[in-house]
Design a protein around this ligand. Sequence first.
Ligand code: C2E
Ligand code: MG
Ligand code: MG
Length: 270
Amino acid sequence: MRMCIQAVTVTTSETLVRDLREAVSSGGLTVAYQPQFALDEGPPGGRPVAVEALCRWTHAPYGEIPPATFIPLAEDARLVEEIDIQVLERGAAQILDWSLSGRRIGLASNASPSHITMEYAEEVIARLEGTGLDPALVAIEITEAPSPQLLPEMRGALARLRSFGVAISIDDFGAGDTPIEMVESLPIDEVKIDRSLTQRADAAADAIVADVVSRARSQGWRVVAEGIETSDDLARSVRRGCHRGQGYLLGMPMSAEGIERLWDAPTLRG
Ligand code: C2E
Ligand code: MG
Ligand code: MG
């Protein structure tokens, strides 16, 4: 019985990888945008300062497949770099369009640590240069736990991206066990506090975030609180000194038109 279930699972994931490859090559993936708001300029509200581009895949016939399922498959099948470049390129075109219509909104785009090489950095720079977009509007988010073998090459690639003007962000800090000293050894501009820490009200969580905020002050980083779901999460993130906030309370991931509506009528929340 167990062998049977394993066989079905393998077949399903092989089918999914085949379909994902097809979706990637035919432009079948889409992008949702989740707004980020300033928390350090009075009560959060008003217009978003940036959006995070989040990849979406609607599979026929399975429907919407979450990134938590398809990104690991893409990593194993070596498709993730292409996905990350596509999402970045689409997001960059979108914020360029917004900036041309007077809406200055930054972009954060995710990148899997498995492919942060010098070639990837040059590819990103070539694509962004082609758009004429101000690179200062763009941040690349990498998950916090790059394996030690990848670190030396990653450091060089991140430094190259920063020298071009793109910000580097460490995503999901606190979700794993990466020490802050390791994060501090990377050339970065931003740390995103994982939602598990944002939503914890205990003194130990306060102390971890206080340490990040204090290092951020001396290193010049921006601190973004992720996973703000309740008004308590929001008040806690403001009190902790986070510069920006993101989460379902402030705005769900939405279409580009949804972000435009937020910008144009800033009291509306997605
Ligand atoms: P992430 O980069 O940390 O993105 C935030 C995730 O948390 C998103 O899930 C978002 O919908 C969700 N989220 C936002 N606010 C809240 C909240 O208040 N509460 C809760 N519970 N969740 C919230 P999503 O879109 O399912 O993406 C999951 C992860 O998949 C992302 O986490 C990122 O690691 C990865 N991912 C998504 N798009 C891409 C991509 O284009 N490239 C790569 N490499 N990874 C991606
Ligand atoms: Mg992210
Ligand atoms: Mg995150």
